[in-house]
Design a protein around this ligand. Structure first.
Ligand SMILES: Cc1cc2nc3c(=O)[nH]c(=O)nc-3n(C[C@H](O)[C@H](O)[C@H](O)COP(=O)(O)OP(=O)(O)OC[C@H]3O[C@@H](n4cnc5c(N)ncnc54)[C@H](O)[C@@H]3O)c2cc1C
Length: 387
């Protein structure tokens, strides 16, 4: 067991941290208030700045044009991004998540057409599973792709799709009528330039700059060549690959919590009441200590799961534990951060209120707290609460 980063990882962390503090942090508060959500051209500008650090190619091997990072290294750089601006971190996580899916499932032509430009930051992807009546249980989805010659004709809609309003392509999970059975679900690459679909932004509590959309597919014709992976295997793949997505949200929550710790320490050293810095009061010190301990515990859980994924290729129980622990911890930590700041914690002149609103948003995607608790419970007890 090793709790210390290697020299190489420390260098990666300090280089990315310094860049984030210099280039991204000064813009985050203003842009998050201004853009609901970030427009595509601005997002692409940010992708251009982040690309040299390996954000877009993530864990895709270098020989396939990716960044060749381990899950842990990917976590290290993403914590730094989420720490300064969770909305941008969320939008970027969809990019490297889609790159990983296309790398694992795409054929040579699909990799050339879609994977390469995604890792260059030229093509924006999104991934559509959830529907208005199919959230925690995606098997209840209604969207259908009907076979018609060389094409599928898609009808249906998707909800809460990250990057949906700025996406060029959607990796769509849909029922397919020619699959192994009536309810089998497949992945189709829906390229908006060939197979147009509509999108509508959904305004929400936090993650303001991070696009979230409803997508509507009306007689949307997609070439059968755009089937990604095996027919009928789409949902199965998504559920297996969800460990990486859970960890992306978990490390994001750690970054957000760390931002609250840093801001609160700074504030408690500077703010004076009763003639001294509030950081000298024991009850403030208790809040700061709890915030730091909660954040550290979350980080350790997330890194353990990432390390397992790197070494063993699976971390179902550990990634579910990390997801619900880290995201609930971020809410506790940012709420305490608001209390350390007093009324200024609620003011838009300080970043604490943004950290809190963003922290709450980590609770829901890629399995809610309750769903991840049930996954852990199933592994511990052998009883499946979903049946
Ligand atoms: C910011 C954000 C980004 C997202 N991005 C994407 C995306 O890119 N692509 C995509 O496909 N989806 C995305 N989602 C959707 C997300 O995955 C779903 O919102 C999530 O799975 C929960 O579904 P739901 O909101 O319909 O809640 P529901 O499933 O209706 O759950 C409501 C409540 O019931 C609880 N619950 C449900 N079932 C059980 C059970 N069996 N036992 C106990 N409690 C239960 C839940 O925990 C929750 O508390 C995103 C959501 C958000 C908020």
């Amino acid at each position: 067991m090793d709790f210390v980063l290697t020299d190489e990882q420390k260098l990666l962390q300090s280089t990315v941290r310094e860049f984030m503090d210099r280039e991204i942090a000064p813009l985050a508060g203003e842009y998050d208030r201004k853009y609901h959500p970030l427009p595509q051209d601005l997002f692409k500008e940010f992708l251009g700045k982040l690309k040299p650090f390996g954000f877009l190619g993530g864990v895709v091997p270098e020989e396939d044009g990716g960044s060749g990072l381990s899950y842990q290294e990917n976590g290290i750089i993403n914590e730094e991004l989420f720490r300064v601006w969770a909305s941008l971190g969320g939008a970027v996580s969809i990019v490297y998540g889609a790159a990983e899916t296309l790398h694992l499932r795409g054929n040579a032509e699909q990799k050339e057409t879609y994977l390469k430009p995604i890792m260059e930051g030229e093509l924006i992807p999104c991934s559509g599973i959830t529907e208005s009546n199919a959230g925690s249980n995606p098997r209840e989805m209604q969207t259908r792709a009907v076979s018609d010659g060389d094409e599928y004709v898609i009808n249906g809609s998707k909800m809460w799709i990250s990057n949906g309003t700025i996406a060029d392509i959607c990796i769509l999970t849909t029922k397919t009528d020619d699959g192994p059975h009536q309810d089998s679900m497949s992945h189709l690459i829906v390229d908006g330039s060939v197979s147009p679909f509509q999108s509508r932004e959904i305004r929400k509590l936090g993650f303001k700059g991070f696009p979230t959309a409803e997508l509507v597919f009306e007689d949307c014709r997609v070439p059968k060549n755009n089937l990604l992976g095996e027919l009928g295997e789409g949902l199965k793949f998504s559920l297996k690959a969800i460990e990486g997505a859970r960890l992306a949200m978990s490390i994001g929550a750690v970054g957000c919590a760390q931002a609250a710790v840093d801001a609160s320490v700074k504030y408690a050293r500077e703010r004076t009441q009763f003639g001294k810095e509030i950081g000298r009061f024991q009850l403030i010190q208790q809040m700061i200590a709890d915030m730091a301990a909660d954040t550290d515990a979350a980080r350790l859980m997330v890194h353990r799961a990432m390390d397992l994924l790197d070494r063993m290729g699976r971390c179902n129980r550990e990634s579910s534990m990390a997801k619900y622990w880290a995201t609930e911890a971020a809410v506790r930590v940012t709420l305490k951060g608001i209390q350390v700041h007093g009324a200024y914690g609620l003011s838009e002149e300080y970043p604490m209120e943004r950290y809190f609103r963003d922290a709450v948003c980590f609770l829901i995607p890629d399995g809610t707290t309750q769903i991840n608790q049930l996954i852990v419970g199933r592994e511990m007890l052998g009883f499946d609460a979903f049946r």
